[in-house]
Write a protein that binds this ligand. Structure first.
Ligand code: PGA
Length: 254
């Protein structure tokens, strides 16, 4: 069944102490206030993962830990990188891959992301696969074809059984960190198109069961309208995930 998911992408923010403080606030607020059917994922910087893992009580069945990236090779001489196997040893539950900032600043390709998906799944970690178009592409009217192709090239090699473990996050690049969110109509139109594309390859049932999150300037003010869209199953939250009150309010926006 399709899950409601809110994932906080802290990006390169919060020192170690600040991160532990934020995580403990979120853990407490989520346990007190967020319905248990909403899956909440914290994605701090790598160095915070081990300590934040210990802050998440085993009894909190809807709180999960995620990383923001992993390498596309299994192991070896890749100085400064972190593998899916290392993440599993923490353990992390989710890992964001293909964020537009990684695609833009680190030239990540759809083919590399296909390898990352495989490694994460082999290590029992849920890939949180990001896709989305630039403003140029949207203005040219080709955004649906562009984003569908990102899914095709990075995910469609998966068996149905493996694909069922993937979560998708649609993040229009022009809405990330800009304060300019997609309208609920724009988000719904893209999410419905992505679900239809998934159905052509994996069938309607699996497409209907896939969680597709929206990301890009999502905040407590606009989350209720976005999450009310029939094909929007939650959010990937950047800036607003750095404040425990805002993030928790977003988690309560279904
Ligand atoms: P934003 O970032 O919420 O700050 O726009 C979202 C993201 O990049 O995941």
């Amino acid at each position: 069944m399709r899950k409601k998911i809110v994932a906080g992408n802290w990006k390169m923010n919060k020192t170690y102490e600040q991160g532990l403080q934020l995580a403990s606030e979120v853990v407490n607020m989520v346990q007190d206030e967020v319905p248990s059917d909403v899956v909440v994922v914290l994605n701090p910087p790598f160095v915070h993962l081990t300590s934040i893992r210990k802050l998440i009580p085993a009894s909190a069945t809807n709180l999960f830990l995620g990383a923001q990236n992993c390498h596309y090779q299994a192991s070896g001489a890749y100085t400064g990188e972190v593998s899916a196997e290392i993440l599993k040893s923490i353990p992390v539950d989710y890992t964001i891959i293909g964020h537009s900032e990684r695609r833009e600043y680190f030239q990540e390709t759809n083919a590399q992301l296909a390898k990352k998906v495989d490694l994460l799944l082999a290590n029992q970690i849920t890939p949180l696969f990001c896709c989305g178009e630039s403003l140029d592409i949207r203005e040219s009217g080709t955004e649906i074809a562009f984003v569908c192709n990102q899914l095709t090239e990075s995910l469609f090699h998966l068996s149905a059984e493996d694909f069922a473990k993937v979560v998708i996050a649609y993040e229009p690049i022009w809405a990330i960190g800009t304060g300019r969110t997609a309208t609920s109509q724009q988000a719904q139109a893209m999410h419905a198109a992505l679900r239809a594309h998934l159905a052509t390859h994996y069938g309607q049932t699996l497409a209907d069961d896939t969680s597709i999150l929206y990301g890009g300037s999502c905040n407590p003010g606009n989350a209720p309208e976005l999450f009310a869209c029939p094909d929007v199953d939650g959010g990937l939250i950047g800036g607003a995930s750095l404040k425990s009150r805002d993030f928790t309010d977003i988690c309560k926006s279904f």
